[in-house]
Write a new protein. Sequence first.
Lengths: 153, 430
Amino acid sequence: MKPEWKEWAHEAKTEFPGANSALLPLLHRIQQSEGWLSPETLADVADLLGLSVQYVESVATFYSLYFKQPVGKKVVHVCVGLSCMLAGSDELMHNLEQRLKISQGQTTPDGAYTLLEAECLAACDLAPVAQVNLRFRGPIQDAGELLTEEVSS
Amino acid sequence: MNQTYYLLRNREIPDIDQMAVYRAHGGYEALAEALKQYQPEALVDLVKRSGLRGRGGAGFPTGVKWGFLPKDGRPRYLVVNSDEAEPGTFKDRELIEKNPHQLIEGMIISSYAIGATEAYVYCRGEFLYGSEQLKRAVKEAYEAGFLGSNILGSNFSLNLFVYRGAGAYICGEESALLESLEGRRGNPRLKPPFPAVAGLYGMPTIVNNVETIANVPQIVTHGAEWYTSMGTEKSPGLKIMSVSGKVNRPGNYEIPLATPLRTLIDEYAGGMQEGRTIKCIIPGGSSVPLLMPDQLDTPLDYESILQAGSMLGSGGCIVLDDTVCIVKASARLVKFYREESCGKCTPCREGTYWNADVLERIEAGEGSERDIDLLMDIADNINGKCFCPLGDASIGFLVSAIKHFRDEFEAHVREHRCPLGAKVYDTVNN
């Protein structure tokens, strides 16, 4: 457990004191700094909020944006919704797989990229759209532009 | 074409997301008017008279919903649903990213009307920028005295919280949203009791969509009669339609309700791209049945679309052109529901898996004649048998696609390939 997590847990509980409302914000904040949520981290969060480990795991595993495995420095979500499909998201995903030499769902061996499918990102006006570390990029003309751009976390 | 903006004023006013700019264009004047000129009940009445209906998809009259709150002295909450994730819908994203103060002002007025002292806006986890914009604007609103204690010298106090989900379409369903907001898995709750009676933290709660609440300052400023002067008697006012597909100008368009679908596509969205013709249209987000090209004159209001066999829903209008394989489109939508089913109800959890499997094998040319009936049979076993609307939503497009394009499904089976030559990439982990 990092020393600052106690402070973060306190802040989350102060802002959202009802029920277990502090849990999601705290998981977001810790993942932001750690990159992902390891089983040890989830146990620490349970401890910090006075919840059972099983409960925290059950919540963390429900939501797709909590990473239960290590991810790359840049997480690329390619929207595969219908509107993006009509605009060529299958080709975009295929090109990214070829360039990164991984399949969707995987991380490059150097830990630079994780490539993931996203269900509709509510940005069909930017189709085909993607997110890099949750920042919108679109319309994507060429898979390469997603990988060369410097994106802040 | 000429367009007067009310909800999408960000299109013509740069930097309206900044407090100073928003105020320079009349921002927060509706709030001042509401607090000075109206008792809370009078505001509920104003919204009732405007005929404003919920813009999240169900179209339930907003003022009537507000009237459901029990008068028992318990704390009340307003929760704004910004978990926008219905495929084809992207209006709330623009509203929170480009004009967050409009929503915040609407939330303050609405909270005053319903007697809430705490208000929450729940953004889907992917709306990182949108939630940052909202948080920044909320801070500005506190600093300007529009939030906090004794707002503008009145007796009314309100605290407003921005909450971020973490990736789950089901949290757009209001009771699943409340579960998520309470730090749980996003499983829908049994209704009744409805949130108005037992919502957030067990207290009376109103859950409204972003666009619904964004209308409120406009209605206070311009009046109920202004609102009912647009649209039809039962579907008055303005609606933002999100148009995508092979049109020349995909995007959000603010229209008076009852504008014909053809006008939306041809005039607002600039018509179809060269060489493309319309195969069918999803008028209200991926959960609704499709409309055919001979229905393009259907007015975009709740009743007319229902009569035409579909729903206005969230206003996510996806235009499919004649190069699109209907089986592949169906497969993609069903796969979405498979991924997003919370898994609670067997018909939805299992049915979406089976339908996705069957559709994928038909698209791959490996289906049999029997598979088409199998899809209908599975759909029938989902229909009306689930706890929340997600199961039913998964079959809306599929059933209508088989009804209108059965020959295309059959051609896939007969020719053992996709007759439109849709390319299927193998993206399965290897």
